[in-house]
Design a protein around this ligand. Structure first.
Ligand SMILES: C[S@@+](CC[C@H](N)C(=O)[O-])C[C@H]1O[C@@H](n2cnc3c(N)ncnc32)[C@H](O)[C@@H]1O
Length: 277
């Protein structure tokens, strides 16, 4: 326990070095209990626990053992997978060195040995360099291209689509599957939309164009809905065929989201993708 106490002191100091996404993610329950600390996030606005069942289900269904988490933040997903999937090999990639160090310390607390952390940027230059993986998480990173990384390659919104196709194509040569989520405001700036906030069908069409041009097949798309007491938001997974239903995608999605799922974050689908070979 002495070791955990020392790690907790280090973690407190690191968490204090607040950055843009400093206390973005919750701690997995097991680590929260061991460390007697937790970060509360408003899960009706955005959440980690709410998205995790989709991630865990897709990894289990496809027997994915080696997982790369791009933009791992403070490691909620990487650490949860390390705990839940026996024999898994995890690489957490996080540009922010303070966050990367936090993940390393948390992995120590969890006793996860097959766990690697890198602070190498997942930019165009390096996206193919992380090694081979059964699956990658690429969640809420790509729309920051041109702001947080690859500034010169994405000078404006118009350059985004072509850049994204090239970037994801390179990524597909080293990972078999990918769980992908993106924001539809460039750089997270709502004055710079890639697709309008309430244009749900536009977001679907935009992402299908992106994935098609990048050589990824869509195996499923997870859409948020109101959850229950335990999780305020839950996801249903659909095939592409199902969401292109007779009612027309826009109307169907509008009805689906309605007043229940109001946050912009939960209007970002989770895409379950397989690299075409
Ligand atoms: C918006 S947060 C998303 C976190 C997490 N993937 C999620 O969906 O909850 C973006 C995270 O990615 C990191 N990041 C941004 N650009 C990156 C890059 N080029 N390589 C690695 N990490 C990056 C940021 O430091 C931040 O922690």
């Amino acid at each position: 326990m002495q070791a955990t106490k020392e790690i907790k002191e280090q973690l407190n100091e690191l968490y204090e070095r607040a950055s843009k996404h400093g206390q973005y993610q919750t701690l997995p329950d097991k680590l929260a209990t061991a460390l007697e600390m937790q970060f509360e996030v408003n899960e009706e606005w955005r959440g980690d626990r709410t998205r995790y069942p989709v991630i865990k289900g897709y990894l289990a269904k496809n027997k994915c053992n080696s997982v790369l988490d791009i933009g791992a933040n403070t490691g909620y997903f990487s650490l949860s997978i390390a705990d839940d999937i026996e024999g898994s090999q995890i690489t957490a990639c996080e540009l922010n060195k303070t966050h990367a160090r936090i993940i390393e310390l948390l992995a120590k607390v969890g006793g996860y040995n097959e766990f690697r952390v890198t602070d190498r940027s997942a930019n165009m230059e390096h996206i193919g360099d992380f090694g081979k993986f059964d699956c990658a998480l690429h969640l809420n990173i790509l729309h920051h291209a041109g702001h947080d990384f690859d500034k010169e390659l994405v000078p404006d919104r118009e350059a985004f689509m072509q850049y994204g196709k090239k970037y994801l194509k390179m990524f597909g040569s080293s990972v078999d599957r990918m769980i992908f989520q993106m924001g539809y405001n460039w750089g997270g700036d709502k004055t710079l939309p890639l697709v309008g906030r309430d244009d749900q069908a536009g977001k679907i069409a935009f992402t299908l164009d992106l994935m098609d041009g990048a050589g990824w097949e869509i195996e499923g798309v997870a859409l948020a809905k109101k959850g229950d007491k335990d999780l305020p938001i839950a996801y249903d997974v659909y095939s592409l065929h199902e969401i292109k239903g007779e009612k027309g995608t826009q109307k169907w999605l509008e009805e689906r989201y309605g007043a229940d799922v109001w946050s912009e974050f939960y209007q970002r689908p989770l895409w379950l993708c397989k690299a075409k070979r």
